[in-house]
Every structure is written in C-alpha cells, then in structure tokens.
Design a protein around this ligand. Structure first.
Ligand code: MF3
Ligand code: CO
Ligand code: CO
Length: 247
C-alpha cells in the first residue's frame, strides 16, 4: 500500500490528464447532450493528452467513463438514448492510465436550473469531501475520513451510501484499503506516508439504501428514487502533509 516518490509522481501525471479531461467536460456539458456524447468527449480528450481510459473493458465495463444521473448513484453506462435535460444532476467519473499509473476523480454537474434541494445536495457532497481532505494528515486514522463525511451529510439532512467506498489506486484501478465514508473517529488503520487512495462519498437526498441494476449488473440506484451526488479525488499521503493528485 506504500508507494515510492517516483510512483506518486507517475500517478500525479495521470492525475493531471484526468483533471484536464474533467475540466473539458465541465465547460462543454449541457442540456440536450446524450451520455454517449460525454463518453466520446472523454475518450477523445484522454487520447489527445496521451492517456488511456481505465473504465473501458474494466471487468467488462463497456464504455470509457461512468455517467450517473439523478437517482443513479454511480457506474452509470453512457448510451445514445439518455439525454441530459434542464434540472438534472450528473456525476461524470473519469479514470486515466498514463505510463501504467492510474488516477481516478469525479464531479457532479448541475444542468441548467436545478431545484434548491439538488443544488444543496451537490454542494454538501463537495463539502463532505473537502472537509475530509482538510482533516487528513500523515498518521491520521482511516475512519476519521468517514466520520467527518457522515457528520456533515447528516447535519444537512442527507445520507451516506455505505456499500461503495473509496480505494487505494495508482498501480491498479482498485487497490486496498477500502475507504469508508462513514464510521467512528479515532478508529481504523493508520494512514502512512506513501499511501495513495480515493475519497469519493456518495451522498443521497433521501435514504442511504441502494440497489444494483440487474439489467446491466453495473449501475447502482437509490432505493427510494431520491437523487445522489458524488465528488472524488485521488490523494497521496506525504511525509509532511497530503497532496491532491486528481480532482
Ligand atoms: N471510477 C469508479 C471508482 O471511482 C469505478 C468505475 S469502474 C467502471 O472507483 F468499470 F465502472 F468504470
Ligand atoms: Co474511485
Ligand atoms: Co472514480
């Protein structure tokens, strides 16, 4: 779970490309666009920048990016029939491989005018991640991350998905440890310099309960049909602090 300085620099380079791709999506995404067009944008931009889209063919995933709209929590599959409309929220989750290194990040975008609850949900999900990152330091404990996230979500009347977590990343797409987005403070493993992992809390408008779409075996939806919002960073623990490698 401990990476060398060289490996961390490699992941940082993958992260730079990943961040540029998400920036590109952010400026171009709009109502009327299909999720397939987002997939094409991500594939083209990643290639232009010299990277490879990790999702494509990963454990059979059929597309280059995950696009999850409204009550889709994560792992939405781009397709030509799903068209973004005014008021939607959509998470775009990109993972880039560059010179063998992986970086993983996602953002949730608001399409046109969204209602005030959706706007707050998106804001709070970003705040949850940023608050957790602010608390992170070398030798802090793993479950402190989830504690901060869960407190902030609950304080705002939202819930945290338990079944899916962050993960080690860098040499492979998904590595140990599992990063909980809920839990008790001052518990869990000690976070040592050299660890690289994602934090990617999924925050629900209603209950935290979710189910797997049996028709594709990928997409996770909220049980109650409420919306879900997520942001994800790739983060490195350094000797003297932390570094965000992809956002
Ligand atoms: N990027 C997702 C994550 O944050 C994983 C997507 S797996 C895929 O871990 F196959 F759906 F791309
Ligand atoms: Co991830
Ligand atoms: Co991701």
């Amino acid at each position: 779970m401990i990476k060398t300085k060289e490996q961390i620099e490699g992941i940082r380079q993958a992260g730079r490309i990943n961040t540029k791709v998400l920036d590109y999506v952010e400026t171009h995404i709009c109502a009327g666009m299909s999720t397939e067009e987002i997939d094409q944008m991500v594939a083209k931009k990643t290639k232009e920048l010299g990277g490879i889209c990790a999702p494509l063919n990963y454990e059979g995933f059929p597309k280059s990016v995950c696009t999850s709209i409204n009550d889709a929590v994560c792992h939405g599959i781009p397709n030509p029939y799903t068209i973004l409309k005014n008021g939607d929220i959509i998470n775009v989750d990109c993972t880039t491989i560059y010179h063998g290194y992986y970086a993983d990040a996602s953002r949730t975008f608001m399409i046109g005018q969204v209602d005030p609850i959706a706007k707050r949900l998106v804001e709070v999900s970003k705040e949850c991640l940023d608050l957790a990152v602010k608390e992170l330091k070398p030798f802090s404990r793993l479950r402190d991350i989830g504690y901060v996230i869960e407190q902030h979500a609950k304080k705002n009347g939202f819930s945290v998905v338990h079944e899916i977590g962050g993960h080690g990343v860098g040499i492979e797409f998904h590595e140990d440890p599992f990063i909980y987005h809920y839990g008790k403070k001052n518990t869990g493993m000690v976070l040592f310099p050299g660890m690289v992992f994602t934090i990617e809390p999924m925050i629900n408008e209603g209950s935290r309960e979710v189910y797997l779409d049996a028709s594709n075996n990928w997409t996770i939806y909220t049980d109650d049909g409420g919306r879900s919002s997520q942001f994800e960073y790739t983060i490195a623990i350094l000797e003297d602090g932390i570094s965000i490698l992809a956002h």
